[in-house]
Design a protein around this ligand. Sequence first.
Ligand SMILES: [Fe+2]
Length: 191
Amino acid sequence: MARDDKKSKPASSAGKVPKKGGTVVAQESGSRNAPIINIGIDREDRAAIAEGLSRVLADTYTLYLTTHNFHWNVTGPHFNSLHAMFMEQYTELWNSTDVIAERIRALGHYAPGSYAEFSKIATVPDVPQDPPKATEMVRILVKGHETVSRISREFIPVAEAAGDDPTADMLTARCTVHDQTAWMLRSLLED
Ligand SMILES: [Fe+2]
């Protein structure tokens, strides 16, 4: 599809793109000096996908921060194992934020990256102010991973419909990680 060539001028490629049913408005990047993005994905589709990815990024970042906080603040008889497990999990989440954000950039949009933006669009609740007991931490993380998995899964068909296989593959991989992590955490709570 070469619709981008016909429809857009470089100067008009910068600025806001109307939102498509979400709470995020993906902001398109661009400059008169740079060629118009032409990767075979329609401009509106890129905006919709970037919007979905922005939500996944905000939730992943919030879950990352929660997990790192719990790594610091966990207490109780299972301190050692939970402290180590949370480190493994926050490291994976942290690394994934870079991949998600850079996919947004590859689609021609700016990636959100501030607490103000993340708090506006994240579905995962912010880190509790008072550190909860260890089992409550695990429960919060189960819910967090399930939430990010649901949000990611919601946007796989959007990416697929636009022919954006790299984003669909990336979101599928994120679902695999979140589902598996949720299972492992959930198992800690089962008798
Ligand atoms: Fe540490």
